[in-house]
Design a protein around this ligand. Structure first.
Ligand code: ADP
Length: 327
């Protein structure tokens, strides 16, 4: 017989993502609806280790569904990597009587939750909050849709000026290990090339295409590069192209942190609300140490130990679409 979860802690951890607030709100209100006590843990695992934990009420999460960032703040916590740090975290949870956790974060945060739940008898449920969408077991992650739409809006604007001057623009979007933002924003803005960490780039082919366009005086070109592609981002790609095609006017634009901020899209608010609600249901029903995803518009539960092993994969078909539509 599994223990009943009556007091839950909620935290946001790792990289922030728009929609985390909507998820916190859903966890707090669903927990209270079911008669649980809900505690906010500040700055991810740091708040657990340092006992920065406070009781939340329904009104604590009023007027936050539309706000970017996270009211609980987030951090990367070195102490949580150590057994001593996790022991302190456990003892702090015990002093509050917390017997269940909801962790909103990326695969690193899930790894932390997995390690913690192996050592201590505190059930954990994860919610995928990351702009990168690099977690297997869910079609979408909280924050991805907003981040991609921010990138698309910016790239559309760049295309206007690129077109006016017949320039080649190399635009860097976020994605150290995952190319989803680059892929989705690149396809949606009609980029000619998309460079992502998951695929080797044929730079010779790109230079050949550009040389051909130069010959035809068709110079407007957008290349979207994920920051973690094999060249290490847009600056280096621009350097190679400038060396090989000296008459090309090449401009670089690095979109950077604007992709993390801003009011979450309707889609992100919706999935955050549904996932937050489901996380509490999981704790109530004894479905422990899983993360809540969505597959084919239905809730989908993946054990944390499987989630931390797998990455989403980008199929060949995506790359084919990019090639055909940009030709
Ligand atoms: P994200 O969740 O966005 O992928 P990180 O990879 O930085 O972000 O992970 C967030 C935090 O999760 C780390 O700072 C650390 O506190 C905790 N964490 C990550 N991996 C582990 C691990 N193997 N053991 C314990 N804690 C971990």
């Amino acid at each position: 017989m599994k223990k009943r979860v009556t007091k839950i802690g909620v935290l946001t951890s790792g990289g922030d993502a728009p929609g985390m607030n909507a998820a916190v709100r859903a966890v707090v209100r669903t927990g209270i609806y079911h008669g649980m006590e809900v505690f906010g843990i500040m700055r991810g695992y740091t708040g657990m280790v340092e006992n920065d934990i406070f009781k939340m009420e329904s009104r604590s999460v009023a007027n936050i569904i539309q706000r970017g960032g996270t009211i609980l703040k987030t951090s990367r916590c070195k102490d949580f990597f150590t057994p001593e740090g996790r022991k302190r975290a456990y003892e702090n949870l015990k002093t509050h009587g917390i017997n269940g956790l909801v962790i909103i974060g990326g695969d690193g945060s899930f790894r932390g939750a997995q390690t913690f739940s192996n050592e201590y008898d505190i059930p954990c449920v994860g919610l995928p909050g990351t702009i990168d969408k690099d977690i297997a077991g869910t079609d979408f992650t909280i924050g991805f849709d907003t981040a991609v739409n921010t990138a698309v809006e910016a790239i559309d604007k760049i295309r206007d000026t690129a077109d006016a001057h017949d320039r080649l623009f190399i635009i860097e979007v976020m994605g150290r290990d995952a190319g989803y933002i680059a892929l989705h924003s690149g396809i949606s803005t009609g980029a000619e090339n998309i460079l992502i960490p998951e695929r080797k780039t044929d730079i010779e082919e790109i230079i050949k295409q550009l040389a051909e366009k130069e010959r035809r005086h068709k110079l407007v070109n957008l290349i979207v590069v994920a920051e973690g592609d094999e060249f290490g981002g847009a600056d280096y790609v621009a350097k190679i192209i400038k060396e090989r095609l000296p008459i090309q006017e090449v401009r670089v634009c690095i979109l950077g942190h604007i992709q993390r901020g801003g009011s979450p899209s309707c889609f992100d608010r919706l999935i955050a609300s549904r996932m937050g609600y489901s996380a509490v249901e999981c704790l109530l029903e004894g479905r422990f140490n899983v993360f809540v995803g969505m597959v084919n518009n239905r809730m989908h539960y993946t054990p944390l130990n499987e989630a931390v092993k797998k990455k989403q994969r980008i199929s060949e078909e995506w790359m084919k679409i990019v090639k055909i539509l940009a030709s």
